[in-house]
Design a protein around this ligand. Structure first.
Ligand SMILES: *Cc1c(COP(=O)(O)O)cnc(C)c1O
Length: 417
């Protein structure tokens, strides 16, 4: 132990950590899948549970010394069940993708058909992209949005389901700004005899607070990440009906994972506890109000929003009318101190590495304490940067104003930079 307690700091690592903390503090974090966890979540994630092997489940472990790991995992599962009103929760998936993999393995055999949302229309890689394990192991079919409304084309979902009889239908997406109609998906799944899985990775925080309809009453399996709107540590989560509990648990471990990350499960417990507090509802309401305000300001600035707006924490700008690519917009915003990501927009022709859209989210900025009037300023920064993507001097001047703006919203004041 003496060596571990020695005061010698890892200067190289400290320098990197400090640069990253400064980046998070002084830039506007608008990646829709990111957030800032509380200091309590950070601390739990850095706890001594990182030392513990706990393969298996509470009271069914393959190692000794798991009594407190059992308490921890039972606590975390209980909070997840309570928050979402679910019959069963598995809190071990290392990330959203492994949650999806375990869910697929629980109900599918290689070669079975999945019907999921097209990546180019907002779906996630794991919903069937050829480069994902899903595309390699299963017969992946996809649905998209309607060309006129840019809302999910439920008639198309129904027609493909009827014709192809997939074993699993996946609802939920990564860059779809609208509410998903779970009763509709349920009735489509019932008509073709498919299992329904909802991946609520993005909007789980909204579901937890009743601001997005819950998929739990409609889907046999609900997967999620814990680090997006839910504002927990980087990780995954699976909720399911009692009838699917054993199959899900068996596929998480030993199916696809080894020992669970108990320190991350500790951090999930803290985050789920925070999400059960009444002020989490205020937070999510503010996320939505901020997103509405940002959408309105960007529309006023002349930008076209896919589907005409948003019901959630994210918006998708179609840059084609402004003659910009997603890549150019992302690069310019980066120089201006605004972090976001390029994204495909439905029916576009660009490669994914260029893309014609820009996805923006308000979950992280809201955690920093920003409200609607702040969104007006944020929108001004964005519009100015997008109008001057070739003017590096101007972008750098915006960055200085952004840096000054961020000082009003302290981030991790207790942490030394
Ligand atoms: C983010 C996301 C995931 C994957 O999460 P990782 O933790 O990055 O593996 C899965 N599904 C959807 C819809 C997502 O948006």
């Amino acid at each position: 132990m003496s060596r571990h307690n020695a005061p010698a700091r890892d200067e190289q690592l400290q320098a990197i950590l400090s640069r990253e903390l400064n980046r998070q503090r002084h830039k506007l974090e608008m990646i829709a899948s990111e957030n800032f966890v509380s200091e309590a979540v950070l601390a739990a994630g850095a706890s001594v549970f990182t030392n513990k092997y706990a393969e298996g489940y509470p009271d069914r472990r393959y190692y000794g010394g798991c009594e407190f790991a059992d308490e921890l995992e039972n606590l975390t599962q209980g909070r997840a069940r309570k928050l979402f009103g679910a019959e069963h929760a598995n809190v071990q998936p290392h990330c959203g993708s492994s949650a999806n993999m375990a869910a697929y393995f629980a109900v599918l055999k290689p070669g079975d058909a999945i019907l999921g949302m097209d990546l180019a229309h907002g779906g996630h890689l794991t919903h069937g992209a050829p480069v994902s394990f899903a595309g390699r192991l299963f017969r992946c079919l996809s649905y998209g949005v309607r060309k006129d409304t840019e809302y999910i084309d439920y008639d198309q979902v129904a027609a493909i389901a009827e014709r192809e009889k997939p074993r699993l239908i996946v609802a939920g997406a990564s860059s779809y700004p609208r509410v998903v109609d779970f009763p509709r998906f349920r009735s489509i799944a019932d008509r073709c005899g498919a299992t329904l899985m909802v991946d609520m990775a993005h909007f789980a925080g909204l579901v937890a607070t009743g601001l997005h309809p819950s998929p739990v009453p409609y889907a046999e399996i609900v997967t999620s990440t814990t680090h997006k709107t839910l504002r927990g540590p980087r990780g995954g989560l699976i909720l399911c009906r009692r009838s699917h509990a054993k199959a899900i648990d068996d596929q998480v471990f030993p199916g696809i994972q080894g020992g669970p990350l108990m320190h991350i499960i500790a951090a999930k417990a803290v985050a789920l506890g925070e999400a059960l507090e009444p002020d989490f509802i205020d937070y999510q309401r503010q996320v939505l109000r901020n997103c509405q305000r940002l959408a309105a300001a960007l529309a006023d600035g002349g930008y076209r929003l896919v589907s005409g707006g948003t019901d959630t924490h994210l918006i998708l700008i179609d840059l084609r009318p402004s003659g910009l690519t997603g890549h150019a917009a992302q690069t310019a915003l980066d120089l201006a101190g605004i972090t976001a990501n390029k994204n495909a927009v439905p029916f576009e022709k660009e490669r994914f590495s260029v893309a014609s859209g820009l996805r923006l989210g308000t979950a992280a900025l809201t955690t920093r304490g920003m409200v609607e009037t702040d969104m007006d300023e944020v929108a001004e920064f964005i519009v100015e940067a997008l109008r001057h993507t070739d003017d590096e001097g101007r972008l750098k001047r915006i960055r200085l104003r952004v840096e000054e703006f961020t000082q009003r919203f302290p981030l991790y004041p207790g942490l030394a930079g």
